[in-house]
Design a protein around this ligand. Sequence first.
Ligand code: ATP
Length: 254
Amino acid sequence: MSADQASSALSVVNLTKVYGTDIAVDRLTFDVRRGQTLALLGGNGAGKTTTLSMLLGLLTPTSGSIEVLGEDMIRHRFRVLGRMNFSSPYVDVPHRLTVRQNLLVYARLYSVPHPHRRVAELAEDLDLVAFLDRATGSLSAGQRTRVALAKALVNRPDLLLLDEPTASLDPDTGDWVRSYLETYRAATGATILLASHNMGEVERLADDVVMLRRGRLVDRGTPADLIARYGRTSLEEVFLDIARAKDASTDPAP
Ligand code: ATP
């Protein structure tokens, strides 16, 4: 194994998902070094959620390979699933269970030592103490997003996959969650893969950005590199150029 591979938390080669005649993800190749945050960007339908689902082992790729924390994810996913976790607004927890009950279920599924202590710690960190014994279904969307984040962190994952982690949060709570993720990463050295439509969030959190269009990787770089390369002042403008199919190499922005 090369030094490069050893420092990769995630390595994806020619990853492809085909639905009938539609290619949702098309020969995607990228890697994420340990401790880094990579953002997957792309318009609606670009293939972000499909990619995250394959990385989690929820969807079987049509072809290609995925290595997570040094393990072949397609053949040996049970060796690494315990070191990964995710949050997504598309995955819900049972509404009738209390927040505490839901988090305890996940703590036990991940065989977390001292599950009650871990849930109390997360409730403290994520400002959920007042909600712990309320039915999860009675919480607001923003409060439920914090529960989803607590669930994603319950096993102290080395690799965290986040699908739009601040969707539906007010600006203040969104900012608070971003700060929390920065602190978590600094404290644990975790690697984060983030799919987001919030360009300010990506500029703040991501070391590196992969731009997808119709399932294909169309550009990659640090937020600052991309902004400079496209001659723009923000990632939002770069995103619009790419989504509208301009190409930095052939059609530089005015
Ligand atoms: P968004 O930003 O809207 O969430 P996305 O980048 O996450 O989009 P995906 O959900 O990965 O995009 O979808 C990629 C493509 O795959 C889309 O064209 C979508 O219609 C298609 N697709 C996703 N799931 C299925 C499925 N189960 N069956 C058929 N096509 C699917």
